[in-house]
Design a protein around this ligand. Structure first.
Ligand SMILES: *Cc1c(COP(=O)(O)O)cnc(C)c1O
Length: 388
């Protein structure tokens, strides 16, 4: 950590300085990117700064990990080659055959696929429930068997909101760890560890990187014993982030707070303008007072983020046409970049859960509201709605 940071430094300050002190050799305000797979030893086992071989540790990755731990208020963070690689490492560290996982019934399709198609055949058991309904979670928990409660809040794509404190209490009682996928909110908008969660995971590909130019993932933990297990998987399995991706992620994070403020305000304005539109049945955005999770989101989030989903009154055909008719909202997977994107979850992000209980309704489109001018964004979307 840089010398001038204090334990009280605010998140905006830590986003720019934590883990990123200037280079002591040259004074460069940006520490260099260490493109080195191996490190010279001063005699056998004489490591400089502890570095030996880059799968085990690379200074650039360490800088990012220190930054991520600071932003989420964790003890330790590990950075991976993708969000799913991070999730895989965590689950390998936590689960043994026979263990039970309870997940939200609209988690990211790839997360469900990872557990359902990789960990279930290996011996884990999986149930998906309405995570916002804590009674349903309590009913799904199996005493002595449930090891993981896994939640996304707001969720993807239906923006369901879960009370993290309430879920954490259930996890503590059941002896299960509570994992929050904080990709949609980012640590600027929501701090799950301070609300009692045990672990935060991220696809840093999204808001943390923020510019749609990298793939990455992270696991951030409070408990050092569990952290050591995840650290061993990172090293022993090896899905680490590259120095360049780690550096790009840090570069993105410096502007995370200002970006998130604008993502949230653009999305809030757009959601309000879309409510009541003749061609839209429902606008899913936690910042709308009528959203079922609004009060909880207002309690645990700084603002409501940049993701909106729309249910089209014209059904699946209308949703498809809309997704193919916008201009500024480009048709693409992913989210969280400076540019606005539109997606058709049924056949894009959530294609892998088609035919399961997690299937997304056919009339849903998902918007990742970017940082373009809000009037331009609204004109693009409203114009496309007129044409369907
Ligand atoms: C994208 C995404 C992931 C997976 O991350 P990758 O970086 O694509 O592997 C996990 N969770 C959420 C909420 C996501 O949006």
């Amino acid at each position: 950590m840089s010398d001038f940071l204090t334990p009280d430094s605010a998140l905006e300050t830590r986003a720019i300085h934590a883990g990123q002190g200037f280079d002591p050799a040259t004074g460069a305000v940006n520490p260099p990117v260490h493109f080195s797979s191996t490190f010279v030893q001063d005699g056998i086992g004489g490591f400089r700064g502890g570095y030996e071989y880059a799968r085990g540790g690379n200074p650039t990755r360490d800088h990012l990990q220190e930054l991520l731990a600071s932003l989420e208020g964790g003890e330790v963070a590990y950075s991976f080659a993708s969000g799913l690689a991070a999730e895989d490492a965590l689950l390998r560290a936590v689960l043994k055959p026979g263990d039970h996982v309870v997940m939200g019934n609209d988690v990211y399709g790839g997360t469900h696929r990872l557990v359902n198609r990789v960990f279930v055949p290996w011996g884990a058991h999986l149930d998906t429930v309405e995570m916002g309904d804590l009674d349903a979670v309590r009913a799904a928990v199996k005493a002595g068997q449930t090891r993981v409660l896994w939640v996304e809040t707001p969720s993807n794509p239906l923006m369901k909101v879960t009370d993290i404190e309430g879920l954490a209490a259930i996890g503590r009682e059941a002896g299960a760890i509570v994992v929050v996928d904080n990709t949609f909110a980012s640590p600027y908008l929501q701090q799950p560890l301070s609300l009692g969660a045990d672990v935060v995971v991220h696809s840093t590909t999204k808001y943390l990187g923020g510019h749609s130019d990298l793939l990455g993932g992270a696991v951030i933990l409070k408990d050092r014993e569990l952290a050591e297990k995840v650290g061993f998987i990172q090293f022993g399995v090896g899905a680490v982030s590259s120095p360049f991706d780690a550096w790009l992620t840090m570069r993105g994070i410096k502007t995370l707070p200002v970006r998130m403020d604008r993502h949230s305000s653009n999305a809030q304005t757009l959601a309000e303008r879309l409510v009541g539109h003749a061609k839209i049945d429902r606008v899913y955005y936690p910042g709308l007072p009528e959203h079922p999770g609004h009060d909880i989101a207002a309690k645990q989030m700084r603002s409501f983020g940049g993701m909106i989903s729309l249910a089209l009154s014209g059904g699946g055909a209308a949703a498809r046409t809309l997704a193919e008719s916008t201009g500024l909202f480009q048709l693409a997977e992913s989210l969280g970049g400076v540019e606005s994107l539109i997606g058709y979850p049924t056949e894009m992000t959530h294609a892998s859960v088609k035919g399961t209980a997690l299937e997304v309704p056919e009339n849903i489109v998902r918007l990742s509201v970017g940082l373009e001018n809000i009037d331009d964004l609204a004109a693009d979307l409203l114009g496309a709605l007129d044409r369907i």
